[in-house]
Design a protein around this ligand. Sequence first.
Ligand SMILES: NC(=O)c1ccc[n+]([C@@H]2O[C@H](COP(=O)([O-])OP(=O)(O)OC[C@H]3O[C@@H](n4cnc5c(N)ncnc54)[C@H](O)[C@@H]3O)[C@@H](O)[C@H]2O)c1
Length: 270
Amino acid sequence: MAFRAVLVGCGAMSKGWLSALDGDLLKGRVQVVGSVDLDRATAEARAAEFGLSDAVIGTGLDAVLAQTKPDLLFDVAVPSVRQSIVETGLAHGCHVLSEKPMAATLAAGRALVEKAQAAGRVHAVVQNRRFIAGVRRIQRFLDEGGIGELTALHCDFFIGAHFGGFREVMENVLLLDMAIHTLDAARFMAGKTPLAVYCHETNPRGSGMGTARRPTPFSSFPTTLRSPIAALGCRGGQYELGKRVALHRHQGHAALGWRGSVRGQDSRER
Ligand SMILES: NC(=O)c1ccc[n+]([C@@H]2O[C@H](COP(=O)([O-])OP(=O)(O)OC[C@H]3O[C@@H](n4cnc5c(N)ncnc54)[C@H](O)[C@@H]3O)[C@@H](O)[C@H]2O)c1
């Protein structure tokens, strides 16, 4: 019997989720019985696109969950409402699968773990970057001792990330929304659990993000957001994670070991 699921947040990323449900792995295993977005037209359009003619459409999560009584809540809304959405889903007895990021602070993340435990339900958070073929290839190579014991891992993130939507006005957008992808790939490749994270973030005028979002005299000049995230203390070693964002596209990891180094030119490559 198929799991019954409600989807909340019907923006850009929800298309990826609904496409995945239509794919070979999941087809027929999940029935989307409800679709919720603050903007009803957005929820309706997404439901129509995927032929969800029987799904209850709504703008209030609580009401749709009460009406549909699903097993699962798919949380693809913006990060700022994650906590309340997860709590609502758990309160309705749902297992919740959320998009990244889980939370903006460690305390908020821990609170969600406790809520899920108390409810006896699973709250899982998507980490898709580690499933990309190039990332897994590097992980295997490192794991097989290709460069000996790992001594450092560096990351570049130059992707000119102007996707529109919530990120354009969000403060600390690289740290709180996007950096988790590169960090997750790094911790997966390294096979280490970070013990602590240090981040020094700057948001210069002209980045186009957050409070630095204001006109500059060079409006056609390429904008740059630089955010070095450095010195991740890891069990059994240290590695460094440097992140920068600019308009030219380049994204990848470089690992250094006792016997050599390896570089992934674009860690999003299939
Ligand atoms: N894993 C990935 O590769 C990946 C890629 C892109 C985005 N994301 C994540 O997916 C999430 C959504 O991103 P997006 O790009 O689809 O954003 P988006 O802005 O395109 O869509 C978010 C939707 O959530 C809706 N929403 C906001 N508050 C709501 C609420 N309280 N109740 C119901 N709906 C609400 C908005 O109206 C909007 O339609 C974010 O957490 C983002 O970080 C993950």
